[in-house]
Design a protein. Structure first.
Length: 408
């Protein structure tokens, strides 16, 4: 395991951490048992269907050759993991622009996207298990209509539409079969927020030029790490113990803006997995050093309802040197590292518990490790809380009310 966890800043006693090891072991046994619903992601990196991965990459290569733009229509887990990886990771030169629709009900947003589609060779990729999510349904109906007008017929447009959906059921699966869309499957036993390594995440990443094979290798390395029997779940234990001490908010902090959408993905992963039955930590993400100039005061002296989790990239391939002035000879990363150390020291003096998560560098392999680590520790924390980390009954409630408001 190349991800390293530092709990020294939490002030948690080692005896308290050790006292939860047996519960963690039971949670991991449940995850790996194959008996828990929606845990297909746990062993998936170790049993990758190579033929299907080759097909996915071949289709991605065709899209890159034929199009300038791919618009992905999806929301939640059908959007966030791909967006996060595309923002964070280096991309090959043959990758094309990937943008996202169906993530809101905003007309100006979609109008700008449709104007760009009108100017460029475009492929649509619609991602939904059911095909009935309102944001996705509205955007797909609009953008499919544009594609039919742009390319002259329904049949011509269908050749430029890719569907990622359930294997057997749902309106999108029925439409994909009827219209002849190229399609990929979202496994039935993997929920949206845990679907980064299914075609829902991998296909947009591949079209953008990300090395998805390295990503999968990183996930597999983490899944098979012997550290799960030792310290890998200490982050989950610390989160649980701090919640039990009265902390209500986990403030996840990055010192690299490329991780902004990783933070957005983490908010969905944690919030949707843990926020139920009156339990859970409210997830907040901040970008430093920018947000130190807006939120630093509260973190230092405000109401301590929170603890901090700092995700640090240890090594950069290229570091820009400041050529003149009082900081001449320093690199920007020298300043970033000083900010990490200084903020942690100041906040620890103020009594704020701080967890550090270190990754060696930001590439596809280590990013794959990080995704699997976060998914697993989130699931384990939920089990320690005594809730089901794989359902989302509250989400279904608001969707029913939305449909009622529309008269459906």
């Amino acid at each position: 395991m190349d991800i390293k966890i530092n709990l020294q800043g939490t002030a948690l006693a080692q005896d308290a951490i050790k006292s939860k090891k047996a519960d963690v072991s039971q949670a991991l046994d449940r995850l790996w048992s194959g008996k828990e619903e929606m845990t297909g992601w746990v062993e998936a990196p170790l049993h990758q269907d190579q033929a299907e991965l080759d097909r996915l990459l071949n289709v991605a290569d065709l899209v890159k050759q034929e199009a300038e733009l791919m618009v992905v229509i999806g929301i939640g887990g059908s959007y966030m993991s791909a967006k996060a990886a595309i923002e964070a990771l280096p991309k090959a030169e043959d990758g094309i622009d990937v943008k996202f629709a169906g993530i809101n009900f905003c007309s100006p947003y979609h109008k700008m996207l449709m104007d760009e589609m009108s100017r460029k060779e475009t492929v649509l990729c619609v991602i939904s298990k059911s095909g009935n999510t309102l944001e996705v349904r509205a955007a797909f109906d609009m953008l499919r209509d544009l594609m039919e007008r742009k390319y002259g017929s329904k049949e011509a447009a269908a050749k430029k539409i890719i569907a990622i959906t359930d294997r057997q059921s749902g309106t999108l699966r029925e439409e994909a079969n009827r219209e002849g869309y190229v399609s990929f499957e979202i496994p039935q036993d993997i929920g949206g927020r845990y679907s980064a390594m299914t075609p829902a995440g991998l296909f947009p990443m591949a079209v953008a030029g990300i090395d998805v094979r390295a990503l999968i290798e990183g996930e597999a390395a983490m899944a098979s790490s012997p550290d799960w029997d030792n310290s890998a779940c200490d982050y989950a234990i610390a989160r649980y113990l701090l919640m039990e001490q009265g902390k209500q908010v986990e403030t996840v902090e990055f010192y690299d803006p490329r991780l902004t959408y990783l933070g957005e993905w983490m908010k969905q992963l944690y919030g949707e997995s843990e926020g139920k039955e009156g339990r859970g930590l409210f997830p907040v993400t901040l970008n430093f050093s920018r947000d130190l100039h807006s939120m630093g005061q509260f973190l230092q002296q405000g109401s301590q309802i929170f603890f901090e989790t700092v995700i640090v990239i240890n090594e950069y391939e290229e570091e820009l040197v400041i050529p003149q002035g009082v900081l001449a000879g320093k690199t920007l990363e020298d300043l970033n590292r000083a900010a990490v150390k200084g903020v942690i020291a100041a906040h620890r003096k103020a009594g704020v518990p701080i967890i550090e998560i270190h990754i060696p560098k930001l590439d596809a392999y280590y990013y794959g490790q990080l995704l699997y680590f976060l998914q697993t520790t989130c699931a384990v924390t939920g089990m320690l809380m005594g809730i089901n980390p794989f359902d989302q009954p509250g989400v279904e409630d608001y969707k029913r009310e939305m449909r009622r408001a529309l008269g459906q």
